[in-house]
Design a protein. Structure first.
Length: 131
């Protein structure tokens, strides 16, 4: 169980780091700092790959202990150690927080795109009217 708890904690830390990258990305988007976005994307890809490896290792550990994730993110198994359940809840909370941060970044990108599209339409209107 201790090994699984450590794996859950490492994965949670990785997800929290990913969430921090999302916050940095959101700030860069708001500032229009596109040079920073390139570096952030590289870091996000690298961290995402590391998280994928951690997830696979953790799932294997859980499987050997007769544990699995339920459809709503709950921890399922016959005998769930309370310390494992606590580490699992922390991981799920971090994952949901990162998911929400990612959705927020998507909304920021969509809003900026809409503004650019409206701006482009306004700029092209006089040209069309003049023709």
């Amino acid at each position: 169980n201790q090994s699984l708890i450590q794996s859950l904690q490492r994965e949670t830390e990785g997800i929290q780091a990913f969430g921090q990258l999302l916050a940095e990305e959101r700030d860069a988007l708001k500032r229009g700092d596109f040079q920073s976005l390139s570096g952030l994307l590289t870091r996000k890809v690298e961290l995402g790959q590391a998280l994928s490896r951690q997830l696979k290792a953790r799932e294997a550990q859980m499987g050997t202990l007769g544990l699995r994730a339920g459809p709503e993110g709950q921890l399922l198994g016959r005998q769930v150690d309370p310390a494992v359940a606590d580490a699992w809840r922390q991981l799920i909370f971090a994952a949901r927080t990162a998911r929400d941060g990612n959705a927020l970044n998507g909304a920021v990108v969509n809003a900026q795109y809409a503004l650019l599209a409206r701006g482009a339409a306004v700029v092209s209107e006089p040209m069309v009217a003049a023709m």
